[in-house]
Design a protein around this ligand. Structure first.
Ligand code: COA
Ligand code: AMP
Length: 629
């Protein structure tokens, strides 16, 4: 079938389309229908009973795939690689789930997981799914404060953490971060499970912490607990406009049905194939395509603990693809830019046999045409950009490689996937003509697997996504569609920036900068960066009478962001200015500052209070080397 037949088929009969996709999932009790008109935006398969872990693990053992590798852990940082079969995974997850249950974890309880890229992170996620507990994975590059914010919002009964993470050349001590977060949080978990890694044995807090191996001794393994289709499988926090992250909820059944559909139809992957997403379990890509998607499809997934460059070189990606026979590879454009910078002629690529590889998929940020072209020239394979977000959990727009390889237009993530009626709207909410820039919105309902609401924040959900364009979900991205229906995603419409494929809130950074005693007012913007796509840059207005030298304040705010948000924010650029450019109503003109920093032409906004401030901004930026030549 061609893409257009599938898309049109969905449009004419969404119920039939999704019920057919649901046939590929093992149900304890099949849903009576697909769509349920309930909750703020509708729900999917709500009256079915199903278990995620069964579908990701046990059913493959039953189907005779027990000896196939489910997970390969490849860690150039520790110079090791090991595999876990579906049968081993089943027994490890059932044992961990049994131990969690013995400590009181039941269906609906929240469990925070704070772990690096090790198979045990996936096992912890699956053990929660086995019990119907709701996990919330927190990225290891976040600092204690960010973890504390998530503890208070999710109110977990338990936290599962590793003793450490490993970054090139340094050990990230998780235990002090965990302790500091629990100290700071108002909510206290009943207990913490600590997975001790070889590189660091953490001291356990008596009465609160239990060791991963010991607490499983002598406990009966747990079977899969069937849950309702609209039972939350997980909550994943993502950046919004403020320092309070948004807890994106994922319902169980829609997640299973949609991810399973994408593995074959988008990524061209079936049971027995090897799929690799080089991301982190702390991000949505890690949830959907390191853990759940490949396992639900019965494919082997790779858990990679390394970087695109420096572990040990820019050939690492190609080595992993060769060693494990990867068929489909998913990474962020920034990672390819890092590889290209180190190995511009692709000489390292030629050292490896990449015959297993059929396509490379890029997402997480805009894929610039130069990066796609370079990779195509090196690999002579399709390089497929696709666009989605934490909220949707799977691609809104893609080139459906597993169905039909549509012509690739560089700079476009191609076309809408079934389930998504994507529209480009003007400020008044009217669809615009092809080629005209506007806000990208999706006509409701959203498909299975997307967010039904935000955790503990239905009002915020409505305000952030639904109120602006009634009848639509507002993506927060701006762009246009061309005459052939190809989408082009150009910018965010809010204060979210994208640094090395990581979604970060400038509002959250501003809250941290404002907390410095010398800072009266501040603004953070994202400036263009040739490697990371964007980098945060802060403008600080100091309080009258402050005697601390400017460069000391700047060093201190950089340290604060690292300490309170985490190194992943990559906040390293700041400058002191007397005033910030504002509209007469007091709104900071961030977009104009971005244009000045990027050296782009711009029109002085008619509503600006005092145009002379723009010259002051220009001078301050020049002082720190912006715009770059
Ligand atoms: N735990 C602790 N610290 C972490 C971390 C983690 N899990 N991940 C990153 N960090 C730290 C890094 O060590 C670095 O610290 P530093 O400031 O002391 O050097 C900082 O956070 C920034 O890290 P990173 O964004 O990885 O930048 P980098 O300069 O080390 O590497 C790239 C640049 C492009 C190689 C890297 O950003 C990369 O691999 N990006 C791909 C991202 C990706 O796959 N995103 C998934 C979305 S699909
Ligand atoms: P996250 O929720 O972290 O996955 O980030 C989602 C955001 O990243 C989107 O809303 C976009 O702004 C951006 N993004 C992700 N993929 C793409 C892509 N292929 N092209 C352009 N922007 C993208």
């Amino acid at each position: 079938m061609a893409y257009s037949d599938i898309y049109d088929g969905w449009k004419s009969d969404p119920e039939g389309f999704w019920m057919q996709a649901a046939d590929k999932i093992d149900w304890d009790s099949r849903p009576s229908r697909a769509y349920f008109d309930q909750g703020p935006v509708g729900e999917w398969f709500a009256d079915g009973m199903v278990n995620t872990c069964w579908n990701a693990v046990d059913r493959h053992v039953e189907a005779g795939r027990g000896d196939q590798l489910a997970i390969i852990h490849d860690s150039p940082i520790t110079h090791s690689a090991r595999g876990i079969t579906f049968r081993e995974l089943q027994s490890r997850v059932a044992s961990l789930a049994g131990a969690l249950r013995a400590k009181g974890i039941e269906k609906g309880d929240r469990v925070i997981i704070y772990m690096p890229m090790i198979p045990e992170a996936l096992e912890a996620m699956l053990a929660c799914a086995r019990l119907g507990a709701i996990h919330s994975v927190v990225f290891g590059g976040f600092a204690a404060h960010e973890l504390a914010v998530r503890i208070d919002d999710a109110q977990p009964k338990a936290i599962i953490a590793a003793s450490c993470g490993l970054e090139p050349g340094r050990v990230i001590h998780y235990k002090p971060l965990l302790d500091a977060a629990i100290d700071e949080a108002r909510h206290k978990p009943d207990f913490c499970v600590i997975f001790q890694r070889e590189q660091e044995v953490a001291g356990l807090t008596p009465g609160r912490d239990v060791a991963w191996h010991e607490f499983q001794h002598g406990v009966a393994p747990a079977d899969c607990v069937p849950v309702e289709g609209n039972h939350p499988a997980y909550v994943l926090y993502t950046s919004g406009t403020t320092g309070q992250p948004k807890g994106v909820i994922r319902h169980t059944a829609g997640h299973l049905v949609a991810l399973n559909w994408t593995m074959r139809n988008i990524y061209g992957v079936d049971a027995g194939d090897v799929f690799w997403a080089a991301s982190d379990v702390g991000w949505v890509v890690g949830h959907s395509y390191i853990c759940y998607g490949p396992l639900i499809a019965g494919a082997t997934t790779i858990v990679f603990e390394g970087k695109p460059v420096g572990t040990p070189d820019a050939g690492t990606f190609w080595r992993v693809i060769q060693d494990h026979g990867v068929k489909s590879f998913f990474t962020a454009p920034t990672a390819i830019r890092a590889v290209k910078r180190e190995d511009p002629k692709g000489e390292l690529i030629r050292d490896y046999d990449l015959s297993s590889l059929q396509a490379v998929f890029l997402a997480g940020e805009r894929a610039d045409p130069d990066t796609i072209q370079w990779l195509e020239d090196q690999l002579h394979l399709p390089v497929i950009d696709h666009w989605w977000q934490t909220e949707t959990g799977w691609a809104i727009a893609a080139n459906p490689f597993g169905v039909e390889k549509l012509p690739i237009k560089k700079g476009s993530p191609s076309v809408a996937m079934p389930g998504y009626d994507v529209q480009v709207l003007d400020e008044a909410g009217h669809p615009v003509e092809p080629g005209t820039l506007g806000a990208i919105a999706i006509r409701l309902p959203l498909p299975p697997g997307t967010l039904p609401s935000l955790w503990n924040a239905e009002d915020r959900f409505r305000r952030a996504y639904l109120d602006h364009f009634p009848g639509y979900y507002e993506t927060g991205d701006a762009g246009y569609v061309d005459e052939d229906g190809y989408l082009y995603i150009m910018a965010r419409t809010d204060d979210v920036i994208n640094v090395a494929g990581h979604r970060l809130s400038t509002g959250a950074m501003e809250e941290v900068l404002s907390g410095h005693p010398a800072v009266a007012e501040c603004a953070v913007i994202g400036v263009a960066d040739s490697l990371k796509g964007q980098m945060p840059l802060g403008f600080l207005c100091l309080k009258k009478g402050v005697e601390t030298p400017d460069d000391q304040v700047m060093r201190e705010v950089v340290a604060r962001v690292r300490d309170q948000i985490g190194p992943v924010a990559a906040f390293k650029l700041a400058c002191v200015v007397d005033r910030l450019p504002k509209t007469r109503s007091g709104k900071i003109l961030r977009a104009t500052m971005v244009k000045i920093a990027d050296g782009e032409d711009f029109r002085t906004p008619a509503t600006i209070d005092d145009p002379a401030i723009l010259d002051e901004i220009r001078t301050a930026l020049k002082g720190i080397g912006y715009p770059k030549a």
